[in-house]
Design a protein around this ligand. Structure first.
Ligand SMILES: Cc1cc2nc3c(=O)[nH]c(=O)nc-3n(C[C@H](O)[C@H](O)[C@H](O)COP(=O)(O)O)c2cc1C
Length: 456
């Protein structure tokens, strides 16, 4: 929350300090909603919100924005399908598509800046009126949208504001904000190292050469990132979605998670289990469904932001949180004493860390004698590994953070040097989707390689 200091504003402002505080607090209480109750908002109210929005400034005052309100249920369903991942499109009361006329004020993206100003103004109007919103850039295929909206070629569409009423079950937690000292500086650029992310060495980084799916400067190798940078990046970007039940279940992995968890060992009552770096908690919720309730699970992440996301996610999934501890890992050190864990689970995370073998040494340190470790990794020597190299790694680094698929045979050797190997499998023949389980030598060519070891 900002403070209200004694500086006098212009004489035009007659708002009292208390009123200002109240308005600012109210605005700051807005948070994105991704779970709407499908109820309707009247066309008149939607028009009022639009009227508020266009009070925003625009470049050269041209107001070259255009907003298309989609409230028809069949159209919202179509919008959801086109968007791909934004399921809330069909449940909100209305979508306001953010469009603009091309050919004017392109410099410094002025037209885009103008539309953004109007969108936020509408968001705040809707919020003050007691509705919930979410701003979406993820609107999907432009051609399909152009057809749906009957948008002329001289206009573009860059986003959609979804407005509605939150379902009672919608998460009420707000995405964390960086400390303000971190994101501004006086007179010259200054910013903490942890929030300046590494990129490939280049003389310059021209904006127009960088796209989501093609970023020539993206540095996917986690060895080039510090632990602090990884923690910072992963900790904020997980909030690109709300901690809803079912969120971040990857279409790519399909049933692979189940195949990984099929390798879980039998555990004694009261066993101490640690799951390391599960990011958004998708594997954690599956794990809790499998583990007996008298197992003591500790979730370990690099940032408290991930821990609070996972905590909320698990409660949305209906899990009993008294069974779960949430612990922070700093600088690659597992936050446990020597010989204290019965099982450590490494869910597709070794490929995300600066030094995977040092992490395995940490696992050795914290396991009790006879304790188990279960790891899965994206395999470089697989159809997926080829796809990653040819296509995926050319894109921007994903929200989960930088990673580089590891060779299954390398991982097998790292395990053999530290543990007795109990079981190893390959999961997935194709680059995406299937969860076919492979054993014997074929296990080294699966999309994922999963291995369970035991400390002698
Ligand atoms: C330009 C823009 C585009 C966004 N696109 C999406 C989107 O496609 N899907 C989504 O779920 N959230 C989207 N968001 C919402 C952000 O994830 C959200 O604002 C952020 O996590 C901060 O949370 P808060 O709005 O609750 O404060 C977008 C936000 C902005 C400003």
């Amino acid at each position: 929350m900002s403070s209200l200091r004694g500086d006098a504003g212009s004489t035009q402002s007659k708002t009292s300090t208390e009123e200002v505080r109240e308005i600012l607090d109210k605005l700051a209480s807005r948070s994105s909603c991704r779970e709407f109750d499908s109820s309707l908002i009247s066309p008149e109210t939607l028009e009022d919100i639009l009227c508020d929005g266009v009070e925003a400034p625009s470049s050269c005052n041209q107001q070259n924005w255009h907003f298309i309100v989609v409230a028809d249920p069949a159209q919202k369903l179509r919008a959801r399908d086109i968007s791909g991942g934004n399921h809330h499109f069909s449940e909100c009361s209305a979508l306001i598509y953010l469009c603009f006329q091309k050919g004017w004020t392109h410099g410094n993206l002025s037209i885009v800046q103008s539309v953004a100003g109007a969108c936020y103004h509408m968001m705040l109007s809707a919020h003050l009126r007691g509705f919930q919103c979410i701003w979406n850039a993820g609107i999907g295929d432009q051609i399909a949208l152009r057809e749906m909206l009957e948008l002329p070629q001289t206009f573009d569409v860059i986003g959609a504001l979804a407005i509605g009423r939150a379902k009672v079950t919608a998460p009420k937690i707000k995405a964390p904000r960086r400390s303000v000292n971190e994101i501004f500086s006086w007179e010259r650029f200054e910013r903490p190292e942890a929030s300046i992310y590494p990129v490939k060495e280049a003389v310059a980084y021209p904006f127009w050469e960088i796209r989501n799916d093609s970023n020539p400067f993206a540095l996917w190798d986690p060895r080039c990132w510090t632990w602090d940078q990884l923690a910072d990046f992963r900790g904020y970007s997980v909030w690109a979605k709300s901690p809803l039940a079912g969120v971040y279940v990857s279409r790519r992995q399909g049933d692979a998670l189940e195949a990984e968890h099929a390798l879980l060992p039998d555990l004694p009552l009261g066993a101490q289990v640690a799951e390391i770096m599960p990011w958004g908690g998708t594997s954690t919720t599956a794990l809790l469904n499998r583990l007996r309730s008298n197992v003591d699970l500790s979730v370990v992440e690099l940032s408290n932001n991930n821990l609070s996301f996972i905590r909320e996610r698990l409660s949305r999934e209906g899990h009993d949180l008294t069974q779960v501890n949430f612990d922070l890992m700093v600088n690659g050190q597992l936050p446990y004493t020597d010989a204290s864990m019965d099982l450590v689970i490494l869910p597709q995370m070794l490929e995300h860390v600066p030094n995977p073998t040092a992490l395995l040494d940490e696992v050795v340190r914290v396991l009790v004698p006879g304790g188990s470790v279960l790891a899965s990794v994206r395999n470089a020597n697989s159809a997926y590994g080829k796809l990653w190299k040819a296509e995926e790694s050319k894109a921007q680094v994903p929200n989960q953070g930088p990673f580089t698929p590891l060779s299954a045979t390398d991982v097998a050797a790292w395990f053999a040097a530290r543990f007795e190997i109990d079981q190893e499998v390959g999961i997935g023949i194709s680059a995406t989707g299937d969860a076919h389980v492979m054993t014997d030598d074929a296990c080294y060519s699966g999309r994922l390689y999963a291995i369970r070891g035991r400390l002698a």
